[in-house]
Design a protein around this ligand. Structure first.
Ligand code: MF3
Ligand code: CO
Ligand code: CO
Length: 254
């Protein structure tokens, strides 16, 4: 069942989304060689609390998760796709790092992610970052009242594959707002015209996860971190979006 948002919800989502975008941008600016991933998490948690929010990932678990997620920020490096757990690992020149943050603000949830380079990176690394960012915007452009979920996935998949990369299949975008994850699922692949027709007031997270090699991923023994099976690089970008008559409103815009 999809939950449509009323105008009060939307006002709160806009405020929260803008604050979360500022948090993510500040944390992304801290990325440089020598920084520990836990320092990024500590900063994210402080910034979220300073903007009167609650880090929604901390202690998060679904019925399928064996252990709760222990941090406020997901930090996924190189072949790690998503949900990397921050710790003592130090970022190295040439790495690419995906940062994913989620916040509850006045009872409403937003979620956003970026992938950034650490210092100077290879051409391949910088290409997978731009392809991931562009893929997200292709998906966002497909959004308007009456478009279908398949239109979003199709736009993303076409762009990603044309760029020589693969789309991860085991994980998807999602509705959100009253909860961190709601219906519907938003796959990053699919066929035009297929699936749910987007209604006005639907809030979704669009989040392409792409890889430089094959699309297969494996869950790490920490029970959270997803990695590419073939060890190839991966990038991840995410925005929380509101469906409007005109198109998509980006809730997690700066
Ligand atoms: N932010 C992730 C998503 O985009 C969910 C993270 S849940 C966590 O859906 F527990 F891993 F943090
Ligand atoms: Co996210
Ligand atoms: Co998400």
């Amino acid at each position: 069942m999809t939950i449509l948002k009323n105008s009060e919800d939307i006002a709160k989502l806009r405020e929260g989304g803008k604050n979360l975008a500022a948090v993510l941008s500040k944390v992304a600016d801290m990325v440089s060689p020598g920084v520990r991933t836990i320092d990024l998490d500590i900063a994210a948690e402080k910034l979220i609390k300073n903007s009167k929010g609650r880090p929604s990932f901390k202690n998060y678990r679904t019925a399928d998760d064996k252990v709760p997620y222990p941090a406020s920020l997901c930090v996924s490096i190189n072949e790690e796709v998503v949900h990397g757990i921050p710790g003592g690992r130090v970022l190295m020149e040439g790495d690419i790092v995906s940062l994913d943050a989620g916040m509850e603000y006045k009872g409403l949830y937003t979620d956003t992610a970026v992938t950034v380079p650490v210092g100077k990176v290879s051409e391949k690394a910088s290409k997978i970052i731009s392809a991931g960012r562009n893929a997200l915007f292709q998906g966002i452009e497909a959004v308007k009242v009456g478009a279908s979920v398949g239109d979003i996935g199709n736009a993303i998949q076409k762009y990603v594959e044309k760029s020589g990369f693969s789309v991860v299949r085991n994980l998807v975008g999602h509705g959100l707002g009253r909860k961190p994850h709601e219906d519907p699922e938003i796959p990053n692949w699919g066929q035009k015209g297929k699936g749910l027709k987007l209604p006005e007031g639907l809030v979704i997270a669009i989040e392409p996860m792409i890889t430089a090699g094959r699309h297969d991923i494996l869950l790490d023994k920490d029970m959270w971190t997803w990695k590419t099976k073939d060890g190839s690089l991966s990038s991840h970008f995410e925005h929380t979006i509101l469906v409007t008559k005109e198109g998509a409103e980006i809730i997690t815009r700066l």
